[in-house]
Design a protein around this ligand. Structure first.
Ligand code: CP
Ligand code: NVA
Length: 301
């Protein structure tokens, strides 16, 4: 099983992964941290971009399940000197049990999976961040009890995290509103897939319209990794797409606030909102560990 897009899994798969994640979270909280469920299994992680949460949570997840991890940056591999993805994938398939890749281009991860004979996991591309969505769905479920029928509002760039969240909401039966400026809409293919399976997805350019009566407010950086050259234009275009107290007041009284992190405080989210009682941001980051454990168990055991 590969996990390259959130659409690689069904609503039933997602439900099972979330239930297993919750079980593993409870087990760890009860003090049972180290098991040998993935003993003898090796995960290779390849990073073409920086990472804090993804890298550390996958490494800890794998180690706590008794397996081992190798983390490499793209440029310290022969990939950085022009070795093709095709041969790299074939060779690595004979060494390790799964590969997790963070790359600029989504197509590179798909190409790797096409030539690998072991599972490939997307650790973020320019199009999607499906591992983030698993943690996001668990967090919403923990805070709200269920996802079905909720209104989720995305404020800002319709980027990789937004694309996967559209899929996650669709698989869980939640409605999602995306407020973004013209030119920052989510991926058209993602929108098509979501609508094809009955997704309730709306795109507008009005932050208050999206936030109105929302159960969940979610945002992400104005400048994603790889978009730095365009930084000034993006910051200008997105400057009013911020989650602040005004926007929070427009949502339901018990709405929660989410961000995949890293946060650029004072840009897409204000400091007071980040640390308010309604913020689920740190819980989301913690949940990366539990959901990725469940994903690894499903893929490797
Ligand atoms: N949210 C997330 O993927 O964080 P990192 O870039 O730190 O891995
Ligand atoms: N959209 C951000 C997410 C970081 C986890 C980026 O791609 O940089």
């Amino acid at each position: 099983m590969d996990f390259i897009s959130i659409f690689d899994i069904s609503p039933a798969d997602l439900k099972e992964i979330l239930e297993e994640s919750a079980r593993l979270k409870r087990r760890r909280a009860s003090g049972e941290r180290q098991t040998d469920e993935l003993r003898g299994r090796t995960l290779l992680m390849i990073f073409e971009k920086p990472s804090t949460r993804t890298r550390v949570s996958f490494e800890v997840a794998m180690r706590e399940l008794g397996g081992s991890v190798i983390s490499l940056s793209w440029n310290e591999m022969q990939l950085g000197r022009g070795e093709r993805i095709k041969e790299t994938a074939k060779v690595l398939s004979s060494y390790v049990d799964a590969v997790c890749i963070r790359a600029f281009s989504h197509e590179k991860v798909e190409e790797f999976a096409e030539h690998a004979t072991i599972p490939t996991i997307n650790a973020l591309t320019d199009r999607e961040h499906p591992c983030q969505t698993l943690a996001d769905m668990l967090t919403i479920k923990e805070r709200k009890g269920s996802l079905k029928g909720l209104k989720v509002a995305w404020i800002g760039d319709g980027n990789n995290v937004c694309n996967s969240l559209i899929g996650g909401c669709t698989l869980c039966g939640a409605e999602i509103w995306i407020a973004c400026p013209k030119g920052y809409e989510p991926d058209a293919e993602i929108m098509r897939k979501a609508h094809e399976i009955g997704g309730n997805v709306h795109v507008c350019d009005d932050v208050m319209e999206a936030a109105e009566d929302a159960d969940v407010l979610y945002t992400d950086v104005w400048v994603s990794m790889g978009d730095e050259r365009d930084s000034a234009r993006r910051k200008n275009d997105l400057r009013s797409y911020q989650i602040n107290q005004n926007v929070l007041r427009n949502a339901k009284e018990d709405a929660i606030v989410m961000h995949c992190m890293p946060v650029h405080v004072g840009e897409e989210m204000t400091e007071d909102v980040l640390y308010c009682e309604q913020s689920a941001v740190l819980q989301q980051a913690e949940n990366r560990l539990h959901t990725q454990k469940a994903l690894l168990m499903r893929i490797l055991s």
